[in-house]
Design a protein around this ligand. Sequence first.
Ligand SMILES: C[S@@+](CC[C@H](N)C(=O)[O-])C[C@H]1O[C@@H](n2cnc3c(N)ncnc32)[C@H](O)[C@@H]1O
Length: 254
Amino acid sequence: MMKENKISAVPPREVTVDRIFADDRKPSDFTFSAETAKVFDDMVSRSVPFYDELQRMTTEMARDFAQAGTALYDLGCATGTTFALLDPVLDPSIAFVGVDNSAEMLAKAKEKLAAVAKRRTLDLECADLNGMRPLRNASFVVMILTLQFVRPLHRERVAKKIYDGMNDRGAFILIEKLTAQDSGINRLFIDYYHQLKRRQGYSDMEIAQKREALENVLIPYRIEENIDLLRNAGFRSVESFFRWYNFCGILATK
Ligand SMILES: C[S@@+](CC[C@H](N)C(=O)[O-])C[C@H]1O[C@@H](n2cnc3c(N)ncnc32)[C@H](O)[C@@H]1O
């Protein structure tokens, strides 16, 4: 089924509606497979609160921090939506480097960014962030809803590599799903989140099956743990710029 994308900030395009968990499925871990890549843009825009606004804020901050002649990294770039939004507002001398370990997601990104690749250097790397390679000459690094998929054991090293590979006065945007310290509050936030998904047209079965599939795959931290991670990596200033129940956005500067 096709529909017009409703995200106003994202360039209009046809997206395929996410019905992956609509029918009874055998339980299995969530993956960013071809099946997911096909519907990802619809899935993320209906599953992440204020996704459109988060992308807009990221663009706004990139305009202030991304410097001409440097590199801008999107770690977990998925289908390339963030690059598509950043391209029209950033100097063409800024190279875009996207990293993702799903070849299927990167294939979609390559398609979406074909015009971008004609205007600026665009490098889409298929690599696992658990063993992240050093960044080079980065003035702006974005990690939107991706650190939560990196194994906790590797997160400190990832944060340190981002810091080390970044130029002075560079910035890092981290957007994550969260868990809360208090289990009662945590349950409430999850319930409010599921209500948002219902308002976005997901059925109870879809919500329950997706939650189960993500159980061992998406490991959220508390906001304090994410802030400590960035401070310990060396970032001079760490400020949250967005909070909606169990979602947050953090800006860290070097
Ligand atoms: C929720 S999506 C990211 C959404 C995207 N940043 C956006 O703004 O729309 C998470 C992405 O991270 C990628 N990913 C998950 N674990 C990864 C890993 N260990 N290494 C590299 N990429 C990973 C997935 O393939 C997926 O494309």
